[in-house]
Ligand binder design. Structure first.
Ligand code: SF4
Length: 687
């Protein structure tokens, strides 16, 4: 295979940020390709700056390059200027390591972490010189594979992707490699149907469809029928089932789950980018899964159960990583990092390690306010203090009961107080609008909460800033809210105006919001069925790439595409689904029983909360019971604080379990804001 580097190099002077395209980062590998191994091109379908830090991609990159039957290179979406230069010079999509054409790889594997990148996926397949529709590909064209959270409703991309991997990829990619490598050399293909033509693409796909966690859409047939009278739109054409085409194909594809994160200490050699990227720091994964049970959160639902990395392995990965990369900041990542059992001792042991010499800061993305303590506040970012972010998500306690984010106002105020008391001056709060049962009182509660946080901060510092960042809620597959009809663009826009008006004149408070039009488009894709593929293709063919980027996003392209496909926003996005409606992802399982999700949905409508099952009896959601696995925690002690699972009275909130240090920073007011508290109550709860 011949490198494209000479042709690529000639284009670099014409484009912005040429370093996006050259590779050679610390941690990059330059694999040697062989005819008998499966060659993977791992693609993040957004820019280098967004895609490079992606930990899932980096983990698979290392694992595949360690295997004897595979090699892996990387690529990211070229920005529009580079794409234009490539297309006019006839340079196809290429890899960063050897600068090989994407077509030379056996597998183009896309990471799908957001719906708005789907048009980029089509664009990159096309830029690779591969047929965009899977049905049009020849036997030896690259296999198009996808993984990531969005694969739990893969149907909108079913016409373009040959196979999806559901759940954890660590083990599954090795199994896919084995099948592809065997097929490639014409040997016996594991799992191939008896008597199948060994060299055909169909044989390969049917063999892959027998691997656990691998979904091959061409092996399934969707069926449609006019809706009955119980449907809000009788006569509309609805999906009535998605069934296997072949006897050996499983009727239900279940996700993969690795049971022991301690067996997978990856990435061992995190990539250090050549230019500034998002999350530009060492990242070490603390745990996978989350059982807090926030009903809007797809990531929490589909990654159950909780699997914590052993604390000593976390420390080793941090120390080795800092030493190797030269970073002076490490993020301990997960869906809710303060929930890691023993978080304070882990953070302290990193910061106090002699090799860090007081120069390393630790950040905990996704902080849960009711597990945030002054002790944590004091430890994290002891070296460098940037902004702190909390996500109460709902503006009132009622709203937070509906979404099962059981954070009392006192929880939030105490956490914010803790942060300001330790010297922070900037706090960011994340909220959702357009949630089920939301009233204007709930929406306006956002400003009330944020305003109070400003007041608390003023007790410590003059120039505090609180930013309320507001996103529109998009119902996601495999969650209790999968049946909910999303708010319209107009309704979300009205709510944004309510918030802007209420926040006007509040010094120190800024409200930021996500474009409601982009929220509507996410909704088209997040719960779309296979017919949505025509919409995505139409948008792409009419120039709609980089739809995550506001300068390239255009709702008009999407509504025109819906029109062309005979679909409407009302039906695709804003419509409530009924209990027995067949959903496009019903033949795929994230482990959660459908009846558990429906029960949780009815509990939501009754504003009834559920405790964290990590520390309470199991509700039999299916994620552990169906797979013979269970939560793995690094410590037997629940995390500090918490409305859920730590005995707090869910109806009244109980005592806020925030720890206060005995000393306040110099110049700080004694106990402003949240009222007098016992300064040494150290995480204890009252009755
Ligand atoms: S099976 Fe039980 S313990 Fe496991 S995640 Fe579901 S409710 Fe929690």
């Amino acid at each position: 295979m011949e490198t494209l580097w000479p042709q690529i190099e000639r284009l670099l002077a014409q484009v912005t940020k040429p370093a996006r395209y050259i590779g050679g980062e610390l941690g990059a590998q330059v694999p040697v390709h062989r005819p008998d191994v499966a060659a993977w091109l791992l693609v993040y379908p957004d820019t280098y700056e967004i895609g490079l830090p992606n930990q899932g991609l980096q983990i698979l990159y290392e694992l595949l390059n360690e295997r004897p039957d595979s090699v892996a290179e990387r690529s990211y979406a070229p920005w529009v200027d580079m794409e234009e230069a490539m297309r006019s010079a006839g340079v196809p999509f290429f890899s960063l390591e050897n600068h090989l054409p994407a077509r030379a790889f056996d597998i183009l594997a896309f990471n799908l972490s957001a719906e708005l990148v789907y048009t980029n996926v089509l664009n990159l397949i096309d830029l690779a010189g591969v047929a965009v529709r899977a049905a049009d590909r020849a036997d030896h064209d690259p296999l198009v594979v996808a993984g990531g959270h969005c694969c739990f409703n893969p149907e909108p991309l079913a016409d373009f992707v040959d196979c999806f991997v559901l759940g954890d990829g660590e083990e599954a990619v090795g199994e896919v490699s084995q099948v592809v490598a065997a097929w490639k050399v014409g040997g016996p293909v594991p799992g191939a149907p008896a008597g199948a033509d060994p060299g055909s693409r169909e044989t390969l796909l049917r063999a892959l469809s027998r691997l656990p966690g691998v979904y091959v859409p061409s092996s399934y047939e969707p069926a449609y029928a006019p809706a009955g009278d119980d449907d809000p739109h009788p006569g509309a054409v609805r999906l009535v089932g998605t069934t296997p085409r072949y006897p050996e194909t499983p009727a239900l594809v279940e996700k993969r789950t690795i049971t022991d994160l301690g067996e997978w200490p990856y990435p061992r050699q995190q990539l250090v980018p050549l230019i500034e990227v998002v999350h530009d720091r060492l990242n070490v994964e603390l745990f996978r899964g989350c059982t807090r049970g926030c009903r809007f959160c797809q990531a929490g639902m589909i990654t159950r159960p909780v699997r914590e990395r052993p604390a000593d392995q976390v420390r080793t990965m941090v120390m080795d990583g800092l030493d190797r990369t030269g970073y002076d900041e490490v993020a301990l990542t997960s869906l809710s990092s303060a929930d890691y059992s023993g978080i304070e001792s882990t953070v302290t042991s990193i910061i106090e390690d002699p090799s860090c010499s007081g120069q390393v800061s630790v950040s905990l993305p996704s902080l849960r306010v009711d597990a945030f303590t002054v002790g944590t506040a004091a430890q994290i970012q002891r070296v460098r203090r940037t902004g702190l972010t909390f996500a109460p998500e709902g503006g009132t306690w009622r709203m937070r009961q509906v979404i099962n984010k059981l954070i009392r106002e006192e929880d939030l105020y105490a956490a914010v107080d803790a942060a300001f008391s330790q010297g922070w001056r900037r706090v960011k709060l994340y909220f959702l609008i357009g949630l089920p049962t939301e009233t204007d009182e709930d929406t306006l509660g956002i400003v009330a909460l944020a305003r109070r946080c400003v007041e608390i901060g003023r007790g410590y510092h003059k120039g505090v800033t609180v930013t309320a960042s507001v996103g529109g809620f998009v119902p996601k597959a495999q969650t209790p809210f999968q049946w909910f009809g999303q708010n319209t663009v107009e309704e979300l826009t009205r709510k944004v105006h309510l918030l802007k008006d209420a926040a006007r004149g509040v010094r120190g408070l800024t409200v930021r919001w996500h474009d409601p039009k982009a929220t509507a488009v996410e909704g088209i894709v997040s719960r779309g069925d296979r017919r949505t593929g025509a919409v995505i293709e139409h948008v792409w063919r009419h120039g709609g790439t980089f739809q995550e980027w506001s300068e390239h996003f255009d709702l008009g392209r999407w509504t025109a595409a819906l029109d062309a496909a005979g679909m409407t926003l009302e039906d695709a996005v804003y419509r409530h689904r009924t209990e027995h409606e067949v959903l496009p992802w019903d033949h795929l399982s994230a482990g959660l029983h459908r009846d558990f999700l429906w029960q949780d949905w009815t509990d939501a409508l009754a504003a009834h909360g559920l405790e964290d099952c990590r520390w309470t009896p199991c509700y039999d959601c299916g994620a552990c019971t169906g797979f013979g696995v269970e939560h793995v925690v690094a410590s037997a002690v629940p995390p500090a604080g918490g409305s859920q699972g730590t005995g707090q009275d869910l109806s009244t909130g109980g005592q806020v379990p925030v720890r206060f240090l005995p000393t306040a920073p110099s110049g700080a007011a004694p106990t402003p804001g949240t009222g007098a508290r016992d300064p040494v109550s150290a995480g204890e709860r009252r009755g």
